[in-house]
Write a protein that binds this ligand. Structure first.
Ligand SMILES: Cc1cc2nc3c(=O)[nH]c(=O)nc-3n(C[C@H](O)[C@H](O)[C@H](O)COP(=O)(O)OP(=O)(O)OC[C@H]3O[C@@H](n4cnc5c(N)ncnc54)[C@H](O)[C@@H]3O)c2cc1C
Length: 329
């Protein structure tokens, strides 16, 4: 049965949810307060790694599904998705070590040989999403397949009934208000972009259990240098002191980026939550909502796995609900 479904949000979570619902034959409209280019998703690096996203068991399944989807996408250079080498130096014991077992290629190596003091070091081949290429590519693909994108701020899912049979809530950090969920908190992330030095083809992360991230992530034309992860901070203005500190930390880790032309800084608010909320909410049976938010620092890592779960939830709702509710009478 074809449903009329409203997806709220045009970040990575909204776009992938819309893609999976369209693939199952539903009619989809995407509502968004911001242009795709102004979302938190656009501020991400982004590489495949589940940073500050829980619970581990569900994340592992979604992440592996998403890894496979990126493998398919990487066959078409227009998507901006590719696989590249990633070196991870852990100064503290790695709290997302389980992830190594989800990827096709990884090895442990001795970092003292290259002069980095750490307790463990890993070399993996990971998907990298060149976000300014991938998000517009996804949005265009959705439009070509019939999805409408509507620029409109909504105060609650209720506004979309009875025009739609079901709403999918992908509002990221704004779910705190849109879904009245105080457990959603911003985790502010600032990054710096520099021009990509000739020959820099692999990414490097120095892992410490602090808010200061050290990440060097080459993309097609630039290198993303990270970053910060400050819980509870809503400020989207770049802080020049942080820019300096990021440049200094990353330059110490990967000297090739020292002196590279500065292209810009950006700030995004990761949607932090003790656990991702991905479930059907029928507290008002006439206005069903599938929530898909709270992906912390791992939205790109799990997006396709979560989107497929959204589609499965919609299928089982259709199969178990009275036809008059499904058709929105
Ligand atoms: C600096 C930084 C680096 C990151 N690096 C990585 C990485 O390497 N790998 C990774 O996997 N993840 C990374 N992340 C995390 C990732 O970016 C997020 O998990 C992801 O972007 C969340 O996507 P989203 O679609 O839920 O939210 P968003 O991108 O914030 O999108 C929310 C959407 O909802 C819309 N919206 C909100 N409220 C309303 C409303 N009331 N009415 C209408 N529309 C509304 C907004 O306009 C927007 O379109 C990073 C994040 C940051 C900040």
């Amino acid at each position: 049965m074809t449903l009329r479904i409203a997806v709220v949000g045009s970040g990575i979570i909204g776009l992938t949810s819309a893609a999976e619902l369209l693939a199952r034959g539903h009619s989809v409209e995407i509502f968004t307060r911001e242009e795709v280019g102004d979302t938190t998703s656009m501020a991400a690096g982004a590489y495949w790694w589940p940073h500050k996203i829980f619970p581990e068991a569900r994340v592992a399944i979604w992440a592996r599904d998403t890894y496979e989807e990126y493998r398919r996408a990487s066959r078409d250079p227009a998507t901006g998705v590719h696989f590249e080498r990633h070196d991870r130096f852990c100064v503290d014991p790695d709290d997302s070590a389980y992830v190594r077992h989800l990827v096709d290629e990884w090895e442990e190596f001795d970092a003292t040989e290259i002069g980095v003091e750490c307790v463990q070091a890993f070399r993996l081949i990971l998907p990298v999403v060149d976000v300014p290429v991938y998000l517009p590519w996804l949005a265009t693909d959705l439009r070509d397949r019939g999805a409408r994108v509507v620029r409109r701020e909504l105060s609650s899912p209720r506004e979309l009934f009875p025009d739609f049979s079901l709403v999918v809530n992908c509002t990221g950090v704004q779910a705190r208000y849109f879904a009245e969920d105080p457990s959603v908190v911003p985790i502010r992330g600032q990054t710096v972009r520099v021009r990509r030095p000739e020959g820099l083809t692999s990414s490097t992360r120095l892992y410490r259990r602090t808010d200061a991230i050290t990440l060097v992530l080459p993309r097609r034309d630039d290198v993303v240098l990270g970053g910060t992860a400050e819980e509870g901070n809503w400020d989207r203005t770049p802080n020049p002191d942080e820019t300096r500190a990021i440049l200094e930390r990353c330059g110490r880790l990967v000297p090739e980026v020292v002196g590279a032309e500065l292209l810009g800084t950006s700030v995004g608010l990761r949607p932090g939550r003790p656990e991702v909320r991905l479930e059907l909410d029928t507290s008002d049976p006439a206005r069903p909502v599938v929530h898909n938010y709270g992906h912390g620092g791992g939205g790109f890592t799990v997006a396709w796995g979560c989107a497929r779960e959204v589609a499965r939830i919609v299928d089982s709702w259709v199969a178990t609900t009275e036809p008059r509710l499904v058709e929105g009478w």
